[in-house]
Ligand binder design. Structure first.
Ligand SMILES: [Zn+2]
Length: 402
């Protein structure tokens, strides 16, 4: 019994040390021992063990204060790899990446019509896992309405076959590695905080404008997840209750006016009516429309401008609601840069409280289309490195009690 108790105590302290490094790293050994309430020598033993196991690495030295510089400990950026998969509205993007966000390989796939997305997903994972035997976890960035806690996909306005799908359980049973399921915008935002313009920032709104519209918000380094684990559905803010039908069942959602398919079909309708544009003899898709808009093509410029104004109007309400004046935009529409930023800025400044909008800023993500998949991969690895914040508090109290 005594040996069992010792072992439990050991594993609790290891979890605590790892969780602290994950959430507050990089830390010097002195900072770590202080935060963990462990002696320097004891904390050092746990650290050495976890360095050997590959979880932790020395990532540098603290800034010089005159004396000998202490080493900095952080989660090993080479830890992994994990497989991250974005299940978008019409595509799958799979990437194999390390904790530090280095992508080792990326595969794009367009699921054929009529084939259930789960079958396509499994086919992709089978083939990647057969080639890369070291995959430690799987992360899924879903375009549907999902709950990370249970790992269930409730439904998707873009895919009817994502309804009540216990994705986490199904994939964990099949592959025997931990699976993390999350919303596409939360995954992309997380990648942004690690590799993009949100590095070191804990208060932000992140808007993913692509085949759908998703948002997530974070205050003090904690992403808001709502009571049910579902939030940020600004794509389904109704802006015209008599508007076109949306995949969610409502009418006139923001998504039916301002997502990439909405912009493409608006341009196509105008072309059919004979409106002239430089895209008319090319493939009409969101990339060509953005290029034409940036080159000054009137039709494409107006289509993007109108969509951005609608997004801006909604974001003005979001700013009033959250009081977070820091927006980053990702997804394929981010490639429109200023064409998108300017109308959003204008609408937010005009239609929100000036006390909030005077600090308002909009930036576009520098990350490419892999950001959702990459974020999912890192989040999956993160879920196996140390415990969540609340769990750390629990562990700390157990140690104090002992
Ligand atoms: Zn909707």
């Amino acid at each position: 019994l005594a040996r069992k108790k010792k072992r439990t105590n050991h594993s609790i302290k290891s979890s605590l040390v790892l969780g602290l490094i994950r959430d507050s790293g990089p830390l010097t050994p002195a900072q770590l021992s202080n935060k963990a309430g462990l002696g320097l020598v004891t904390a050092g033993k746990y650290v050495d063990q976890m360095i050997q196991q590959g979880y932790i690495a020395e990532t540098g030295f603290e800034k010089s204060t005159g004396g000998r510089r202490a080493r900095l400990l952080d989660v090993n950026p080479q830890f992994g790899p994990a497989l991250g998969i974005e299940i978008g509205g019409s595509r799958l993007i799979c990437t194999i990446a390390s904790y530090g966000g280095v992508s080792l390989e990326t595969v794009h796939c367009l699921p054929p019509a009529g084939v259930p997305v789960f079958d396509v997903l499994v086919e992709q994972i089978d083939s990647l896992m057969a080639r890369v035997h070291t995959i430690k976890a799987i992360g899924i960035a879903s375009s549907g309405i999902v709950q990370s806690e249970t790992g269930i996909s409730f439904f998707s306005p873009h895919r009817s076959d994502m309804e009540n799908l216990p994705l986490k359980t199904l994939l964990e049973d099949r592959y025997g590695v931990p699976v993390w399921l999350d919303d596409i915008s939360r995954c992309a935002a997380f990648a942004e905080t690690r590799l993009g313009v949100l590095k070191g920032e804990g208060d932000y709104l992140y808007l993913y404008l692509d085949e759908g519209i998703w948002m997530c918000c974070s205050t003090r380094n904690t992403m808001f997840r709502g009571t049910l684990g579902i939030e940020g559905e600004v794509g389904h803010f109704v802006i015209d209750r008599n508007g076109p039908r949306c995949g969610c069942g409502n009418r006139g959602c923001l998504e039916v006016f301002a997502s990439s398919p909405a912009i493409v079909s608006q341009v196509e309708r105008a072309l059919e009516k004979g409106v002239r544009s430089i895209v008319q003899h090319r493939a009409v898709n969101i990339e060509t429309i953005i290029q034409a808009g940036l080159a000054g093509d009137k039709l494409c410029y107006q289509a993007i401008n109108e969509a951005a104004e609608r997004v801006g109007l909604v974001m003005a309400q979001v700013l009033n609601l959250t009081g977070i004046p820091n927006l980053v935009i990702g997804g394929c529409l981010a490639n429109a840069g200023l064409l998108l930023q300017e109308p959003i800025n204008r609408m937010v400044k005009t239609h929100s409280l000036s006390v909030l909008s005077r600090d308002w800023s909009v930036r576009v993500s520098p990350l490419d289309e892999r950001s959702g998949a990459l974020g999912a991969a890192i989040l999956a690895l993160r879920s196996i490195v140390g415990k969540e914040n609340s769990r750390i508090k629990e562990l700390e109290s157990i140690i104090t009690l002992r």
